[in-house]
Design a protein around this ligand. Structure first.
Ligand code: FAD
Length: 406
């Protein structure tokens, strides 16, 4: 059985960053990264943006060149899924029967796109957007698509809807709740994005439940709604969240449920096993210490750095402010902090000019901002969130006062 000092499961954002950070910190041990996808680590955000639009080829979304990994002696085992972890033997097993021993194991396996549970969910033409392969499949079909249905009004669904609408498809977006982005943003931002999409011809249906996906000779032909209406479509894109990829770890006895539980140093309950990124359930200061998973590049990268530091002798707990971005049409959204639990909202800037910020407060303190085409607010507001600053709403709302002076 081969042995590596560090085995990383998952060759995505977190997995790549932990290997990069280890070498930056002069870690000299052997590293193996095992990835279920056949590709070297690549950026996932463009999958619902420039890559889906065909504006960026795959080699431009690679996180690092093939030479980079070779030079730094990061070994890759790609196209292989880890199916079991043996914490006593400090070893993992892959689906192809390989057994590999580790000194430390870093679980950076992200999540699988959640699928619909209704009839027709597996028809040809029904897609999720999680991997390069998902988007490559979609792109080969796009020429034959006039009408598309997007299920789910979160960031990924909205971004995909924007790309399809821009390329001339008739898009219907179905959201079960009464507004888009309901889980991540306040109502003013939701309403703004709903209007922006409608201006681009997207038919947004709120409070709408799906009954089933309809097909003709195994190919999707439409979506039947709970009220019986049939929306015709040659493509259905499902953006309803992820299921964290933690099965083998939980089977091995790691504590967790909706993700694997980690402490401030990203340690799981298993010895020498860490978890980072989308699959890591952690207590987050910016959520008042609640146990959450954060699905963002920032979180994956910052948790990767925490683990790289631990493995090179420096224990600095995870405490990074969450941030995220989303591009739709000409709208560049940057968010910082977590708005969950806010008790007041302040609008700053001009919605009509499409440059504004939504500022969220809790007990008088700034906890989050959603900044649309407002980079300065984002940069300066971030400091307010980090500091948990108390600022008078009237000063926050006054766009003539820079946030750094508020
Ligand atoms: P991933 O990057 O998903 O990597 C996990 C890897 O592990 C995958 O390659 C997976 O195949 C592999 N794997 C899973 N199970 C196993 C196993 N058992 N054995 C081996 N390998 C395994 N975030 C932002 O901040 N901004 C954005 O604009 C943004 N846009 C996004 C758009 C899309 C379409 C998607 C899908 C995500 C987006 N995100 C965005 C989220 C961001 O990409 C994720 O938060 C980030 O990729 C998480 O990194 P990770 O390392 O935890 O997981």
């Amino acid at each position: 059985m081969q042995t590596y000092d560090v085995v990383i499961v998952g060759a995505g954002h977190g997995g790549a960053q932990v290997a990069i950070a280890l070498r930056q910190r002069n870690f000299e041990g052997s590293i193996l990264m095992i990835g279920a996808e056949p590709d070297l680590p690549y950026e996932r955000p463009p999958l619902s943006k420039e890559y889906l639009a065909g504006e960026k080829p795959f080699d431009r979304i690679l996180l690092r060149s093939p030479a980079f990994w070779k030079e730094r002696q990061v070994n890759m085992l790609l196209g292989q899924t880890v199916t079991a972890v043996d914490p006593d033997d400090h070893a993992v097993a892959t689906e192809h029967g390989e057994h590999i021993a580790y000194g430390s194991l870093i679980w950076a396996a992200g999540g699988h796109a959640r699928r619909l549970g209704c009839d027709g969910h597996d028809l040809s033409g029904v897609h999720t957007v999680r991997t390069r392969a998902d988007v490559d499949r979609m792109r080969t079909e796009l020429d034959g698509v006039a009408q598309a249905v997007v299920i789910g009004g979160g960031y990924i669904g909205l971004e995909a809807a924007a790309i399809l609408a821009k390329s001339g498809k008739a898009v219907v977006l179905l959201e079960a709740l009464d507004r888009v982005l309901a889980r991540v943003a306040g109502a003013p931002l939701s309403r703004f994005y709903e209007a922006a999409h409608r201006d681009h011809g997207v038919d947004i249906r709120l409070g709408t439940k799906v009954d089933c996906v309809l097909g003709d000779r195994n190919k999707v032909s439409g979506v039947r709604l709970a009220d019986g209406e049939v929306v015709p479509a040659q493509m259905v894109i499902v953006g309803i969240g992820i299921v964290p990829a933690v099965g083998p770890l939980l089977s091995a006895g790691a504590i967790g449920d909706n993700g694997v539980r980690v402490d401030g140093l990203c340690r799981t309950s298993l010895p020498d096993v860490f978890a980072i990124g989308d699959c890591a359930l952690h207590s987050n200061r910016f959520a008042d210490g609640a146990d959450i998973r954060v699905e963002s590049v920032q979180n994956a990268n910052d948790q990767a750095s925490v683990v790289a530091r631990v493995l090179t002798g420096s224990e600095v707990p995870y405490d990074a402010v969450p941030w995220f971005w989303s591009n739709q049409y000409d709208l560049k959204l940057q968010t910082v902090g977590l708005s969950t639990g806010h008790d007041a909202v302040v609008m700053r800037g001009d919605l009509a000019l499409r440059s504004f910020s939504v500022i969220y407060l809790k007990h008088g303190r700034v906890i989050a901002l959603d900044c649309v085409n407002a980079v300065k607010d984002y940069v300066q507001g971030r400091k307010l969130v980090e500091a948990g600053a108390s600022v008078e709403p009237i000063r926050l709302a006054d766009a003539t006062i820079p946030l750094k002076d508020a």
